[in-house]
Write a protein of this length. Structure first.
Length: 117
């Protein structure tokens, strides 16, 4: 998980929702020294996980802050339009896949579907 929150705050939120154990890594602004859409955030996460951009699916709810920078460094992108609170932002960026529901992530990852293009 990559977030602009600081680690302590991110962990509190994830623990409240019961999601914390589901993430191998939680990458936060205090770790990266930057905020999205700075590519440094995504590159830090890739380095920490030992992955090449082409091996990673970036799921994000902001075209400008998540999808655009992830695509620029070569990551596969999935736009979580169902969670977009930034609906007034610039829509120039396009994701590889648009997710209608969080369950679509599993279909994309498992090759059983690709959301909508």
């Amino acid at each position: 998980m990559v977030t602009d929150a600081y680690f302590e705050n991110a962990v509190i939120r994830l623990e409240k929702t019961g999601l914390y154990p589901m993430f191998d890594e939680v990458i936060t602004a205090d770790m990266t020294g930057a905020y999205k859409p700075d590519p440094k955030v995504f590159l830090y996460a890739l380095d920490k996980m030992g992955r090449h951009p082409s091996e990673v699916l970036m799921v994000g709810d902001s075209l400008r802050r998540d999808i655009g920078p992830a695509k620029k460094i070569g990551m596969l992108t999935a736009y979580a339009g169902y969670g977009d609170r930034n609906f007034l932002e610039d829509r120039e960026e396009t994701a590889d896949v648009t997710l209608a529901d969080i369950r679509d992530v599993l279909r994309v990852v498992n090759g059983g579907g690709n959301g909508s293009k």
